[in-house]
Design a protein around this ligand. Structure first.
Ligand code: GDP
Length: 308
């Protein structure tokens, strides 16, 4: 068995997770992002972890890439009628999970125990691991002030320019033993094609995680979330540019330089290979757009096949 540990955000991360999850001979652990978590209507919502779980459980709404398939929104319409803000679209089935999670938290279970239990009951065989059981929350500074991540991402639809990012609580957060173990025991550590600044950095910056990856014996590979300088979905390219990074696969390479040994880039970016090599990183060109299940598995297979 090849032990693969994947660091993943939401939509891009879940696609890569599905690729490895579909391979024979791979034991997959996914370390997800909890810094997008937020409370809505008194319930604790964990969007990236739920996207991973719903994807690996094949319950995801495939057209959207998030949320539950065959969903209805009756609970949300009642909340709206009663005057609550309902810009965060939470479906009825989804609400069931948030009610369960919030209740289990009140009864004293840890967030990672809850995530593992939900994954198991939903039939996920790969491990879904939280990087910390402490609360870490991404804040986004825009011209009008600081927003929570979901206010920026969902309510404001990523439109305001991002002037700064902060991960509240990260300095005091402790890594989970499961995350450290998944990193230490991995044969291969993969950083998914997720937003490096708001999906991957809040995992890496939890004290102890980056050092554990540095000390791990595994091969370390990232997949660029930018193809031809563009994001497939979401604000990564604009965010990188406003924060002074080059918004292309080279910028991704620079961001992960020193942490990984190989960057997988799209064929469309093959002209950047030499520049990436100059950062002391190998560059592998692959078809990195994952639209179908076959695309996801082929990319995961290519990553493993590219190992010496
Ligand atoms: P979020 O938390 O739901 O925004 O999801 P992630 O951070 O995991 O993923 C967002 C990133 O995934 C964006 O920067 C996208 O460009 C990237 N992404 C989404 N689908 C694909 C894909 O099929 N291939 C590649 N290479 N990147 C993708």
């Amino acid at each position: 068995m090849l032990k693969v540990t994947l660091l993943a955000g939401g939509v891009g991360g879940a696609k890569m997770a599905e690729g490895f999850d579909g391979l024979e001979g791979v034991e997959l652990s996914v370390i997800g992002n909890i810094a997008d978590d937020a409370e809505f209507h008194g319930l604790w919502v964990s969007p990236d972890i739920d996207t991973l779980t719903y994807s690996l459980a094949n319950r995801i709404d495939r057209a959207q890439g998030w949320g539950v398939a065959d969903e209805s929104h009756r609970a949300l319409s009642v909340l709206n009628e009663l005057g609550d803000d309902t810009w965060m679209t939470l479906g009825d089935r989804d609400f069931g999970l948030h009610i369960y999670r919030t209740n289990a938290l009140r009864q004293g279970q840890s967030r990672s125990e809850i995530a593992a239990h939900v994954a198991r009951v939903f039939g996920v065989t790969s491990q879904i691991i939280l990087p910390t059981d402490d609360v870490v929350q991404t804040r986004v500074r825009v011209s009008s002030g600081w927003l929570t991540f979901q206010e920026y991402f969902v309510r404001e639809q990523c439109k305001p320019e991002v002037m700064a990012l902060e991960f509240e609580g990260i300095g005091a957060a402790r890594p989970t033993p499961a995350a450290l173990e998944a990193i230490n025991s991995a044969d291969l550590i993969v950083i998914a094609p997720s937003n490096p600044l708001v999906s991957i950095d809040p995992i890496l910056n939890i004290p102890g995680i980056r050092a554990a990856i540095g000390a791990a014996k595994a091969r370390k590979i990232a997949v660029s979330p930018l193809i031809d300088g563009k994001t497939i979905k979401g604000p990564a390219a604009g965010m990188m540019a406003s924060l002074g990074l080059r918004a292309d696969a080279y910028g991704i390479a620079g961001h992960y330089q020193g942490l990984i040994d190989t960057l997988v880039i799209d064929h469309a970016d093959s002209a950047l290979s030499n520049q990436i090599n100059a950062l002391n990183l190998a560059a592998i060109c692959e078809h990195t757009l994952m639209q179908t299940r076959a695309d996801k598995i082929a990319l995961a297979q290519a990553i493993i096949g590219g190992l010496p």
